[in-house]
Design a protein around this ligand. Structure first.
Ligand code: ATR
Length: 277
């Protein structure tokens, strides 16, 4: 590659029109004064591998992958980080100079980095965590919470066998709680996380009874549209520390940007407003 070649990166999904990643990376490129482009790509599942393999020759240094390609990306990659393997999905691919595809999953990193920045007083080790939901997002949350030192995780999901499957993968610190009893597990939780799609625009609200929530617990929702879910509103009214899901989306993008464009972007307050426009 000639020295003057401008590095390209992007995001592959299907659909992709609503992705905020191009705006996010575009903002950082401009702010840091770096040469580079970040391109949204709508690619159907049957074309994913072919497109992915063609990108390095077209000047791409890496891509984010999103729904529905995260599992396929992991399968296709030549090198996989431990955290991506444990989560079973990749969201950040880097094309190496020797022609390999390196896969990482930065969702768990983004989840923790957001909590650390938004609630600096949060101490993951101070008590158990309660996690609602057992889909792909929950896997990233569980793995990062355990890494961050939470002593125990109560996990509840409408479809109990999915929660049992996570317990089998993540070990005995994870205790499965029946969905109808999910309210009970909040009672001694220091950290509460909604990873379900409940509360998202166009979806029903999450209706877990919150009466047992400890004042001072940290409550966070991965949902970011709307920013203020019923869970966060009620938790805030009860005196909890609340963190919305937009920051996770921003922070998960940092490692990829740094790898592809060579500088670590700062997550500053102005980016939230830009993404919400
Ligand atoms: P993601 O990768 O975003 O986690 P997912 O794998 O489809 O997406 O998981 C969605 C999560 O939201 C699951 O925990 C799902 O529960 P089930 O495993 O029982 O499907 C949860 N969810 C979605 N709609 C729900 C509803 N109406 N009530 C309870 N949980 C729901």
């Amino acid at each position: 590659m000639s020295a003057a070649k401008i590095p390209l990166a992007g995001v592959i999904g299907h659909p992709i029109a609503h992705s905020k990643s191009p705006r996010l990376h575009g903002h950082w490129l401009r702010k840091l004064g770096l040469a580079g482009h970040y391109v949204p790509m709508d690619v159907a599942p049957q074309d994913f591998e072919e497109v992915l393999r063609a990108l390095p020759k077209a000047g791409y240094v890496g891509v984010n992958v999103t729904v529905p390609h995260k599992e396929a990306a992991l399968r296709i990659a030549d090198d996989v980080t431990d955290r991506a393997a444990l989560i079973g999905a990749a969201n950040t691919l880097t094309f190496t100079a020797d022609g390999r595809i390196h896969a990482d999953n930065t969702d768990g990193y983004g989840f923790i980095a957001n909590l650390q920045q938004s609630a600096p007083e949060w101490d993951p080790a101070s008590g158990p965590a309660a996690v609602l939901g057992a889909g792909g997002a929950a896997r990233a949350v569980l793995s990062s919470l355990l890494d961050a030192g939470v002593p125990e995780i109560y996990l509840s999901n409408r479809t109990r066998p999915r929660a049992e499957a996570l317990r089998a993968d993540f070990g005995n610190k994870v205790k499965v709680v029946d969905w109808v009893q999910a309210g009970n597990m909040l009672e001694d939780a220091a950290t509460v996380v909604n990873t379900t799609s409940l509360g998202m625009m166009g979806h029903p609200e999450l209706r877990v009874p919150l009466d047992g929530l400890q004042k001072g617990a940290l409550v966070t929702d991965l949902v970011y549209n709307p920013l203020q879910t019923r869970l966060l509103r009620e938790a805030e009214d009860m005196g909890c520390v609340t963190v919305d899901g937009l920051g996770m989306l921003i922070h998960q993008a940092v490692p990829g940007f740094e790898r592809w464009f060579g500088q670590r972007p700062e997550v500053a307050a102005d980016i939230r407003a830009i993404l919400l426009r």
